[in-house]
Ligand binder design. Sequence first.
Ligand code: TXA
Ligand code: MG
Length: 325
Amino acid sequence: MNSDSETAPRAPARVLGADPAALDEAARVLLAGGLVAVPTETVYGLAADATNGAAVAAIYTAKGRPSFNPLICHVADLAMAESLAVMSPLARALATRFWPGPLTLVLPRSRECPVHELVTAGLPSIALRQPQHIATLGIISRVGRPLAAPSANPSEQLSPTTAAHVASGLGSKIDLIIDGGACRAGLESTIIAPGEDGAVLLRAGALARSEIELLTGPLRSPDAARGVVAPGMLRRHYAPRARLRLGASNVESGEAFLAFGAPPAGVSPSLNLSIRGDLAEAASNLFAMLRVLDSTHSAIAVAPIPETGLGEAINDRLRRGAALS
Ligand code: TXA
Ligand code: MG
């Protein structure tokens, strides 16, 4: 399915709905080594059979992603996770409480784990999550193998929260897009590495820190935990083309204003992440609204977002989008 060379023109990806026949077709394409964009509750993922090295390599090529950056494996259920990783009692408790859902666990690879080395970039660990979208769970069950899936966007650009976003970024590079509607959460999963003495937060995301800490105690930062890193946390990431100015309380000439809650006096917002100041609503709107403003402006002023709850992940994405290099 991906045997054509990188440069050969190919037909735009087919877009199918999320009915059973479409899920059968997605599974068929994946088992043949193809690439399928799939909906999840966080963002759309670009999926391949995680045990097929050539298919996984095609993900890196389609995204233009540095090959040292490992991918998340999506599982159908806890039993599939247990076949891939060594799950401690804490890891099992986290999976039981939060799966299916926006929590990724970085765990030691099990000895018999069939996932290709390219997925884990040669690391002794593997990142796992069970996504909360009925279509994608149906596809993984049909395939019967884990699916490696990073966000379905060209590397460093904004993550896609609709099938149309996927088509505009990667439509000419992949085989099939399953349209399961707009993503509910709109931000990538939270990534943690549970250890013997608590857990390390590798990426803030759609599950708020406070919810996880009820089970793990205070999450530590990677700097405080020697040797545990998420290699994909490049500083510039999730970036629109437009320059971002964060924490803005005014709008300057040529800028769009992306508000959160009541706008500052005298400023008429271009768009509002959440008029009522709701962080979950803001998270689900973030990437889609940045995309819209990016298409009309070369600079975007963004209102301050509180650092509480999902605000931690929203601000993380905004800071990465604002980083110059
Ligand atoms: O919500 C999400 O997590 C989306 C949807 C599609 O599930 N996926 C996603 O995947 O954001 P991706 O590949 O864009 O992000 C994977 C992150 C990277 O920062 C990578 O470095 C980290 O997970 N990661 C993967 N495997 C790891 C490992 N073994 N150890 C540490 N970090 C790992
Ligand atoms: Mg990504």
